[in-house]
Design a protein around this ligand. Structure first.
Ligand code: BTN
Length: 253
């Protein structure tokens, strides 16, 4: 792994291999702020027990990007969860900056990044706190398929290499960290409104019929909006339903 050039607010911990960068970042964060300040970034060449959203595994061979950022924003958990959208925008901008013409980058609710219609990256935000409290730390994990991607996924996946990009994991990490700094300061200064607006500009499927796989059922409706807390607003025959967790599929695909 080449050494990345990162803004000085980041404190990089680079590892060849780890169970999960999120798990490692959580262990470090729990030691306290003096030991593990805001901006501590765990980056690993591979994960032996990478984790995705909703308890799934995250395929983590060498050659892709796996990183987790420890954040201590001192805001209640409901607001702090907006940071996953902040990260989505940072990944979007990073890929847009590295992209060659002719490629389409899009955001997919809640925290996926699509490249040419297929999933190239996912975000996992974790905190250990009661529902209405201010967490002492959050861990924001990003997995981005640089050199390879899994084949047997419900939603099609891709990698930068498969799409013909020459960027390395180090290039993407540098680009992401710079954009995350910009978007997170904007979020701290101006709140969720500009994040929500920009997220909606770059997302796939707004105004279209989608299906959403929930824990025990799959529902369909028109994807109308993202609410103030990041929930998906689904219009089911004129009745609005707020979705806080689920997997989106596009019916036009
Ligand atoms: C998703 O399900 O889309 C979220 C995937 C998040 C994967 C990343 S890889 C780095 C960090 N460590 C983990 O174990 N998971 C996240």
């Amino acid at each position: 792994m080449a050494t990345p050039k990162l803004p000085s607010v980041y404190n990089l911990i680079a590892l060849d291999s780890v169970d999960s960068t999120n798990a490692e970042a959580k262990r470090l964060a729990a030691r306290g702020e003096d030991d593990t300040p805001d901006g501590t970034l765990v980056w690993a060449g591979e994960q032996t027990a990478g984790r995705g959203r909703r308890g799934r595994d995250w395929d983590s061979p060498k050659g892709n990007l796996y990183c987790s950022l420890v954040l201590r924003p001192e805001v209640p958990i409901a607001e702090a969860s907006q940071l996953s959208f902040v990260a989505g925008l940072a990944v979007f901008d990073a890929l847009a900056a590295l992209s060659e013409p002719g490629h389409e980058v899009q955001l997919k609710w809640p925290n996926d990044i699509l490249l040419n219609g297929k999933k190239v990256a996912g975000i996992l935000l974790e905190a250990e706190t009661a529902e209405d409290q201010t967490p002492p730390w959050l861990v924001l994990g990003l997995g981005l398929n640089v050199g390879s991607h899994p084949q047997d996924t419900d939603f099609p996946a891709t990698s930068l290499r498969f799409e013909g990009w020459g960027s390395t994991d180090t290039d993407v990490l540098e680009a992401y960290c710079r954009r995350f700094l910009l978007w997170s300061s904007r979020w701290l200064d101006e709140g969720f409104a500009p994040v929500r607006k920009n997220w909606l500009w770059h997302c796939r499927g707004q105004g279209e019929e989608i299906s959403v796989r929930l824990e025990n059922e799959t529902i369909t409706g028109v994807f109308r909006d993202l609410d103030e807390e990041g929930a998906l607003v689904l219009d089911q025959d004129g009745k609005e339903r707020l979705i806080t967790a689920g997997d989106v599929y596009f019916t036009d695909a």
